[in-house]
Design a protein. Structure first.
Length: 108
């Protein structure tokens, strides 16, 4: 007598028990598929946030360079005006940096 034969139940398995087992197994498959989809969605959203953060930073660099050139052109031979406009330029850069940081950290 083998090990399996010794523990085998003499009563046949009811159809309702088999159906219930299949239902539970199917629910498990669906739940795992749902978790996989949620993980893929989260990964996609994270990738989009990173890509958008780099695009924002690139836009910031371009506009900061343009502002710097405009301040330099507007303040030739006028150190007082240059000091004021460089302060404005610094404030704009600080604000833009904060916007990118808050976007990347999901802050409103």
């Amino acid at each position: 007598m083998s090990e399996l034969e010794r523990y085998r139940s003499p009563a046949p398995v009811r159809r309702s028990a088999v159906r219930e087992f299949n239902r539970i197994q199917e629910y498990g498959f669906l739940e795992r598929a749902y978790v996989d989809v949620e993980e893929q969605n989260a990964a996609y959203l994270a990738d989009r946030r990173i890509d958008n953060g780099y695009e924002l930073a690139e836009h910031l660099v371009q506009n900061a360079g343009q502002l710097n050139r405009e301040v330099t052109a507007a303040t030739r031979d006028n150190p007082g005006l240059e000091m004021v406009l460089r302060g404005v330029e610094e404030d704009v850069a600080f604000s833009a940096r904060a916007i990118v940081r808050n976007y990347m950290l999901r802050r409103p």
